[in-house]
Design a protein around this ligand. Sequence first.
Ligand code: SF4
Ligand code: SF4
Length: 191
Amino acid sequence: MAKVVPRPELNFWERIYFIEIFKGLATTLGHARKGLTDPAHFPTVNYPEEKPELPRDYRARHRLMKRADGSPRCVACYMCSTACPARCINIVAETSPDRHIEKRPVKFEIDLLLCVFCGYCVEACPCDAIRMDTKLGVMVHDNRADFVIDKTKLMDWDPKDYPVDDLTSQSAPGGARHADALARLQSGSDH
Ligand code: SF4
Ligand code: SF4
């Protein structure tokens, strides 16, 4: 059912607008003065000399997560490429030599020039194999080919980036729990 929104009754001074215009300008100038005289209110940084600290959940360049032995956690199920609205994920699967894992990606590429950074690939992945938390929000290259990132680049990250309370990620090589995870993998209890 439609909702009727009552129109406010304007008095004479509001109807001639001039007073309201000056009241609006006073508000704008008040904010401008606060921004210019109090640096805490100044919303800009001297980029690129100063880099803003991106929050961890900022959807930045992708990374492929790793198992404890350094291999990709991806099982080449194609769910990310199916969910991708830009059709920019190119995966080629092969049979995994590990009898516990059916497939693995022999090729995994993302064309960042087509990507719209929607995060659907991350949401679709059933095994948390792809994340967009690298904080790499600025990518500059002088040719289009460099914007296509392959498996090597997607797995080239330092797990020490992760906070210690992210136990899953700390199980990756370099992470604080890597030794435990590797021992579990070698004993067969990781599958
Ligand atoms: S972020 Fe969106 S557009 Fe980019 S690869 Fe993932 S699903 Fe595709
Ligand atoms: S959804 Fe996850 S496991 Fe499946 S292909 Fe994509 S990254 Fe790999």
